[in-house]
Design a binder for this molecule. Structure first.
Ligand code: NI
Length: 133
């Protein structure tokens, strides 16, 4: 695709933030960082729509937390039609890492992820979605 150049005016603070992003993500230059941000935003804007997407819900939790696994399993059964696979890894004596591969309408995936991440005892939770196009 043809690449067009344009000028961008930014406050000093914002430019500093952009340069930090270039550094932390190891982008080769500012243009690549801006491309990344635009694509990320476009994908996230689709999160509340009926667009079909694929993704993964990543959860880290302590399996000793009372009822947590039960509740998580119940929720996953409520949304079984969205779930392609579940990978469970025992990280150490307490912690589990679960990666749930999902496919369906973006807003439904978001709804499932929000409910899982909100469960009491979840230490970390994140939904990653990607459009096929
Ligand atoms: Ni485990």
């Amino acid at each position: 695709m043809k690449v067009k150049r344009f000028g961008v005016s930014l406050e000093e603070d914002l430019l500093k933030s952009l340069d930090n992003l270039v550094k932390t993500h190891q982008f080769p230059n500012r243009s690549q960082a801006i491309r990344y941000l635009i694509n990320k935003n476009l994908t996230e804007e689709k999160w509340n729509t009926n667009v079909f997407v694929a993704g993964a819900i990543v959860l880290v939790y302590d399996h000793h937390k009372r009822d947590l696994q039960n509740r998580s399993t119940n929720l996953q059964h409520d949304y079984h039609d969205l779930i392609l696979s579940v990978q469970h890894v025992h990280l150490d004596h307490h912690n589990c890492l679960e990666t749930i591969a999902v496919k369906g309408k973006a807003k439904d995936l978001k709804s499932l992820a929000d409910k899982l991440i909100a469960l009491k005892g979840i230490k970390h939770g994140q939904l990653v979605m990607s459009t096929s196009g």
